[in-house]
Design a protein around this ligand. Structure first.
Ligand SMILES: Nc1nc2c(ncn2[C@@H]2O[C@H](COP(=O)(O)OP(=O)(O)O)[C@@H](O)[C@H]2O)c(=O)[nH]1
Ligand SMILES: [Mg+2]
Length: 474
């Protein structure tokens, strides 16, 4: 065998062989995945790299469609009383014209098995164990290569893992791994390659190197992802927009100009928060090698219109369980808190924001007169705490979802009803509860005092705050 470990991915049609390769390669574009049988018609390979060196080649194969007939055919090639071992039987078959006609698909699979160091036998664990599976396994065993069954669809309630393990044991296959290609377990790869290493001793070191390299990559990815979210939060907290008032006599007079300026500033700010959050999401998807422009990705809650529209909706905030005082809730609805630099205003920022929230900007006029009468100078808009909490909560949920998502996934990251994120309000996540109700991390308070951090620069102090916050996102 060549230097690189070669592994054939085999199994019945539609069990998720191509899906497994996508997930292992972190490549949503590998091959073609479909519910129709026989989508993969030929052998297609890909390389897994460890630290820039090729470590393993995996080969996708067509499904074995008629193992029962092929086994009978091969039995017919052996004379009664003749002793012929598995590889010889397979060789006899491959030399026959049937190998490029009736049994062409099966021949491709067996040839690839013979050309490989090992096989991964992908099983749809929801299937009952049938004679066709036993015949398939007998054919594959005849190739005399180590075979590791991979139970796919294992996250499905209908999965029959126990039945499969028992049936495989009866066929002498005792090492079996569970690996759902759409929702792979966090240490799934380690389990898969580690178990494979016990079956092919000669390639053990190579597989260990692969496991370690991939573990390092995953750690680096996770650190980078948290840093990205921390940076987003710091920049949002630092964000300030000054609304310059005309400063003319507004007591009992026209306040329309100021209202319009404030309204425009609020709108700018909301747009900016959304844009920044979306940029963070796009970055995370790139980091995890998912495609933002992929139609399958389009329905991610992040790209979903509702997700965006709900950002400043008090109902969404309530659903997220963010605790708010009444005034704050109204303020949060507008997505901003108003600091009045000139101070002295006790009356109505919240009320005014409540008016904004209902889309009843006109009613601001009513409060506006009274506010404007008291205020001279500038107002400053900042991103509300509640918004920071919510952005943090859903970015955390997104991080968790990305870590648990295989590149075979075709459906968007699941939201529970009402727009909460899967990792949303539940007692199981005390860290989320802290983000929901606890004191906000000190790094964010510091960011509030550094408007310059909202921009791309900010130096060491900003870096420190980001690092601290990334830690708090764990
Ligand atoms: N829910 C779920 N669907 C899967 C999983 N693996 C594969 N699929 C789906 O099953 C179908 C067949 O998958 P594919 O990879 O094309 O199977 P292949 O014929 O063995 O290559 C596709 O619709 C996949 O999206 C899994 O682990 N969970
Ligand atoms: Mg396929």
């Amino acid at each position: 065998m060549s230097d690189i470990l070669r592994v054939a991915v085999v199994g019945h049609t539609n069990t998720g062989k191509t899906s497994l390769l996508r997930t292992l390669a972190r490549d949503v574009g590998f091959g073609e995945v479909s519910d129709h049988a026989g989508t993969t018609r030929h052998v297609e390979g890909l390389r897994l790299m460890a630290d820039g060196e090729p470590a393993a080649e995996l080969f996708d194969t067509p499904g074995m469609e008629d193992a029962i007939a092929l086994l009978e055919f091969i039995d017919g090639l052996v004379d009664p009383g003749e002793r012929v071992d598995g590889p010889e039987r397979v060789a006899r078959f491959l030399a026959r014209p049937e190998a490029s006609a009736r049994f062409e698909q099966e021949a491709k699979v067996l040839r690839q098995m013979l050309a490989s160091d090992a096989g991964l036998y992908v099983v749809d664990a929801r299937d009952p164990v049938l004679p066709k599976h036993r015949d398939e396994l007998e054919l594959l065993a005849a190739c005399a290569r180590p075979l590791l069954p991979v139970l796919n669809f294992i996250a499905d309630p209908a999965a029959r893992a126990g039945d499969w393990r028992a049936a495989l044991a009866r066929l002498g296959l005792h090492a079996v791994v569970s690996f759902d290609t759409v929702a792979p377990p966090l240490d799934g790869e380690r389990e898969l390659f580690g178990t494979l290493a016990t079956l092919i001793h000669g390639h053990r070191a190579r597989l260990q190197a692969l496991i370690q390299a991939r573990q390092r990559e995953a750690d680096t990815r996770r650190v980078a992802a948290r840093r990205r979210v921390a940076e987003l939060l710091v920049e949002l907290a630092a964000r300030r927009e000054r609304v310059v008032e005309r400063g003319d006599d507004t007591v009992g007079g026209e306040t329309g100009g100021d209202e319009a300026a404030l309204q425009a500033a609020v709108a700018r700010m909301r747009e900016d928060v959304r844009r920044r959050e979306q940029a963070c999401v796009d970055g995370l998807l790139r980091l995890y090698r998912f495609r933002p422009d992929d139609a399958r990705m389009a329905e991610l809650p992040l790209a979903d219109g509702r997700w965006e529209d709900d950002l400043f909706n008090p109902e969404t905030l309530r659903q997220m369980g963010v605790r708010l005082g009444t005034g704050a809730a109204a303020g949060a609805a507008a997505g901003v808190g108003i600091d009045l630099m000139t101070g002295g205003l006790t009356l109505g920022a919240a009320a005014a924001l409540g008016a904004l929230a209902g889309g009843l900007w006109q009613t601001f006029g009513h409060y506006g007169e009274r506010i404007a009468a008291k205020v001279r100078g500038h107002r400053e808009l900042t991103v509300d705490d509640a918004i920071l909490r919510m952005v943090a909560l859903r970015q955390r949920a997104l991080l968790a979802a990305l870590d648990g998502r295989g590149h075979a996934a075709l459906v968007p990251i699941e939201l529970q009803g009402g727009g909460e994120i899967v990792a949303g309000p539940s007692a199981a996540d005390p860290a989320a509860d802290r983000w929901r109700k606890g004191a906000l991390p000190d790094a964010l308070a510091r960011a509030r005092a550094h408007p310059e951090w909202a921009l791309d620069h900010g130096g060491q102090d900003k870096e420190g705050a980001i690092a601290e916050l990334a830690q708090a996102l764990l």
